[in-house]
Design a protein around this ligand. Sequence first.
Ligand code: 13P
Length: 340
Amino acid sequence: MSNELNAVARELVAKGKGILAADESTGTIAKRFDTIAVPSSAENRRAYRDLLFTTSEVENHISGVILYDETIRQSSADGTPFPELLASRGIHPGIKVDTGAKALSGTDDEKVTEGLDGLRDRIMEYRELGARFAKWRAVITIGNDIPSRYCLEANAHALARYASLCVEGGLVPIVEPEVLMDGSHTIERCFEVTSRTLHQVFGALYEQRVPLEQILLKPNMVISGSDCAVPASKEQVAEMTVQCFRRHVPAAVPGIVFLSGGQSDIEATVHLNEINKLGNLPWNVSFSYGRALQASTLQAWLGKADNVPAAQDAFRHRSMCNGKATFGEYTSEVEQQAGV
Ligand code: 13P
C-alpha cells in the first residue's frame, strides 16, 4: 500500500500537471452558479461537471480531479460513472471528505473543520467508488488577535487524524491548511501566520505517525490580504512563499499543490510561475485550483448547451497555462494563445 500511495502522490504532481478542485459543496456551487444566473439543480451540477471532465486534451495538464460526495456518484451523459471516465483518461479521481468548517467553541469567530466521525467507513466506500486521493480543508482566519494557538492546534490535530485514516484506507491525503486572504493584512503577517500554521500541522502529522512520503500539502501562498493597501509584488510573493515552505515542509513530502484562494485566474498562474522560476525546490510545486481554473469556464458556459465548446476551450486553456507555470515557462505569449 505504501508504495502505491507514494506513486499516486508523485503522479498527481508530475511536472506539467496539477489538480482541478471540482469539489464545491452543494452550497458553494450554488453561489458559483448564482454569478451566471444558473439554477443549482442536480442535473445542472452534473452537466457542468460533465463539461469539465470531457474536455479533450486536459489529461496533458490535469493529473487529478477532486470530487464532491454527490459528484462521485454521478455519470457522464453516456452513462459512464465520473470516476471511471476520469480514470480512463489517466486522471486520478479524488474526494473531499471533510464536512465543512464550523464554529470553534470557546472562540469568537474561529473555525474548526468537522468530519472525523465515521470517516474510516466513508474512506472505504470512496475507494470502492474509485477514489485514489482525498482532501480535507482547514480554515485559518487572520484578524487582530487571531488565529489563536487553540484554533491552530485543533485544526492541525483533525488534519493529522484525517491523514492517518486515509493512509490506512488507501487514499493519498491532501492536507489543506488554508490561511485566508480576507483582510487588509500585509504579506509579512501572512508569512507569520502561515509559518505558525505549518509548524502545528507538521508537528501533528509527526505525532500521529503519518508517513510524509504518502501525502500532498495544499496550502495558501504567502500573499498580502485582499484589502491590503500596498499589495506585494509577484517576486515578493514567490520569494516569501518559498522561504516559508523551506522552513516548515520536510523534503519527504512529494509535492505542494497551491490553492488559489480568491486570486484571479491570471494572478494564480503568474504566482505559481514565479515560484517555479526560482528553481531548486525540494518538492514538486504545482496547483490544485478551484476558482482560478473555473472562472473563465463558467463565464463562457452560462448554463447553455451551445456554449459547451467555448467553455471547454477556456478550461483547456487555463489548464495549459498552469501546466506551463509548473515549469516556470508561462509568459504573456502563452496566455495569448487562443484555443490551446
Ligand atoms: P480555490 O482554488 O478556489 O481556493 O479552491 C481550491 C480548494 O479546493 C479549496 O478548498
